[in-house]
Ligand binder design. Structure first.
Ligand code: FAD
Length: 430
């Protein structure tokens, strides 16, 4: 697919506004919320919320359009998708915004009130009725959060090991959820707030592995769902990361995303595991963009600090004349740009209605490695200053690593790339 590097005015204007917010609001509170892990950055949340509501409303409108001609309880029609997606720049707009916000502070960016990963799952596999019921709330009222709970103590990369169960009570026509989810981003904000929601992955039949899994929407404050622990973390400390226990948690039958029929050949695996993968194809470019934002923050600061000391990279100089520090700076800039180009490509494909499964994983792997390497190098090049609490460089190094862990670790995404490039199936290459 040919790529145009020209951005629509709308994205350019939005990005410059977000950059201002990142510089003036986020940077000034960055250290405070790193030092005070379980406090929430309301001064940022309240400023960003009106803007997020507009994005949520536009996303919902676009998502509902895919159901035109369908009943409210039916999934989006396959033909409606590519036609509608062709004109979209929604993902390109999002990655520019996320990159700029993460340049400001990645942990605070992750505290943004939004439907987030929970919303992405509903957009991917929900019916029109479910989208209206669950996502309209993000277009109005006070700030609220969505989350996705997949990881469990025994199930991280291997999602087929999920133990949380969903059982139908025929007497009340409700699902009953039981199990424990860990490391859920915004889990406490989404789970405790009455208008928040968490998309919880549970199994209807453990013997069917991935094919038995389904996502369920659990609304904040539902009895039987309890936030039992808040994580203390290395980085992105402003972000809320929760353990959530489901103890006979009852939810309406219509809160299942996708068909409850496991034997239905049409829905077999499709609305379960493949639904989750569709969500990750959309969100991995966002994680890559966040990684690029942190890397750019560290790189720009280090480059400018060294420049003030007279250390710059000469243009067009032969490699053998460069110092080790100059070569480091060049390598860092090259990695940063390569990661950003892959991120742009993965988002542009999605906007064009094309599959980006391979490109989303490529971007995530490259950006995860680049941000880890670049931020460590920055601490190294700045010497004791880089390691000091006085600057944010040591914080950026701690914030970086998560991008190589959540939404598929570097190893898992490398595995996905290898399978796609070499033409192996999940069982042939694991
Ligand atoms: C701050 C934070 C926020 C998170 N937010 C969420 C969230 O909102 N929702 C959610 O559901 N989860 C969330 N997670 C969980 C995250 O997605 C998992 O940590 C991740 O999927 C890895 O799972 P694991 O930690 O169990 O590691 P494991 O799967 O146990 O892996 C351990 C190591 O082995 C490697 N490995 C595993 N399998 C293979 C393989 N086949 N080949 C090569 N290497 C392999 C991994 O790459 C990793 O390095 C979050 C985690 C953190 C730390």
């Amino acid at each position: 697919m040919p790529i145009s590097f020209e951005l629509p005015d709308e994205i350019v204007n939005q990005t410059s506004m977000v950059r201002m917010l990142a510089e003036q609001v986020m940077r000034s509170i960055s250290r405070h919320y790193d030092d005070n892990e379980h406090k929430r950055p309301w001064e940022f949340i309240n400023v960003i919320w009106p803007f997020i509501q507009q994005i949520e409303a536009a996303d919902l409108k676009r998502s509902l359009k895919r159901h035109e001609g369908n009943g409210a309880g039916e999934p989006a029609s396959a033909e409606a998708e590519p036609k509608e997606k062709k004109a979209s720049t929604g993902n390109l707009r999002m990655i520019h915004m996320i990159e700029a916000l993460s340049w400001g502070d990645a942990g605070i960016y992750l505290s943004t009130p939004a439907s987030a990963l929970g919303g992405a799952a509903i957009h991917a596999v929900g019916t029109r009725e479910q989208k209206e019921r669950f996502l309209t709330r993000f277009t109005r009222g006070k700030p609220k959060w969505g989350a996705m709970a997949m990881t469990e103590p025994q199930a991280g990369s291997d999602t087929s090991a999920i133990q949380t169960t969903a059982r139908l009570d025929p007497a009340t026509n409700e699902w009953i959820l039981n199990g424990e989810k860990i490391f859920c981003t915004s889990g406490s904000l989404a789970g405790k707030e009455s208008e928040g929601l968490i998309v919880v992955w549970a199994t209807l039949d453990k013997s069917q592995g991935r094919a038995g899994m389904r996502p369920f929407v659990v609304e904040g404050g539902t009895p039987g769902m309890e936030v039992t622990h808040l994580e203390s973390k290395l980085g992105i400390r402003a972000s809320d990361t929760a353990t959530i226990v489901f103890d006979d948690c009852r939810i309406p039958f219509d809160n299942i995303l996708g068909s409850p029929e496991l034997s239905d050949p049409e829905s077999h695996e499709d609305k379960g595991f493949k639904g989750a993968m569709k969500t990750f194809d959309a969100s991995r470019p966002y994680v890559a963009a966040s990684a690029v934002g942190i890397a750019r923050a560290a790189f720009e600061f280090t480059r400018d600090t060294l420049a003030a000391q007279g250390i710059t990279v000469p243009e067009c100089a032969p490699m053998h004349t460069l110092t080790a520090v100059q070569r480091d700076l060049l390598q860092m800039e090259m990695d940063l740009k390569a990661a950003w180009l892959l991120t742009l490509r993965s988002a542009a494909l999605l906007d064009a209605g094309q599959s980006n499964n391979l490109e989303a994983s490529m971007a995530k792997v490259k950006a995860g490695h680049a941000v880890t390497h670049i931020t460590q190098k920055c601490v190294e090049l700045l010497g004791p200053l880089g390691y000091s609490h006085e600057l944010l460089v040591e914080k950026w190094m701690r914030d970086a690593k998560i991008n190589d862990i959540f939404e598929g670790t570097g190893q898992i995404n490398t595995l996905i790339v290898a399978r796609r490039v070499l033409g192996y199936s999940r069982t042939e290459l694991k």
